[in-house]
Design a binder for this molecule. Structure first.
Ligand SMILES: [Zn+2]
Length: 154
């Protein structure tokens, strides 16, 4: 979870393009704004090609190279997560809170899930003595109902 200068927690639902660009230490451009808006609105973990398609709807002249550069620099700074599932193309996730992923068997779309309130990975997994978890990167496969993958879901 990221914290801004006022000490308030910044989550996916409170992050804005301006906030992300400021953290990246780069100048706001129309292209960056379009890419970040797409990322913040996408709950299905899009590929770079999907981000490009969606960014074109906001900014028709945007180039694929610009979209790649933007998401690569955001991922390098860990302002978004870059994910590798099986052998498919990288997927991108703007959710910087600790979470794991569930992939839908039928559509390959990916949903974020958090541990239940109050639980830690130590509560869930049999960990050998001395093992301490610092971050989680796991993915589960299953069936996800359509309404969980739509844009307006928090
Ligand atoms: Zn995610």
């Amino acid at each position: 979870m990221h914290t801004n200068t006022s000490g308030k927690e910044v989550t996916r639902s409170t992050a804005t393009p301006a906030y992300i660009v400021r953290r990246a230490g780069v100048r706001m451009t129309r292209q960056r704004r379009a890419v970040i808006e797409v990322l913040l609105k996408s709950y299905d973990h899009p590929t770079a090609a999907q981000i490009y398609e969606r960014a074109k709807e906001l900014l028709p002249g945007i180039s694929l190279a610009t979209v790649y550069n933007c998401i690569e620099s955001l991922a390098a700074q860990r302002l978004i997560n870059q994910l590798h599932f099986d052998n498919g193309p990288c997927r991108f996730c703007p959710n910087v809170e600790p979470h794991v992923h569930v992939m839908d068997d039928a559509s390959n779309r990916v949903l974020d899930v958090q541990l239940k309130e109050g639980l830690t990975p130590e509560d869930v997994f049999e960990l050998p003595e001395g093992v301490h978890i610092k971050s989680m990167e796991a993915y589960l496969r299953g069936e996800i109902p359509e309404n969980c993958l739509t844009e307006n879901k928090k």
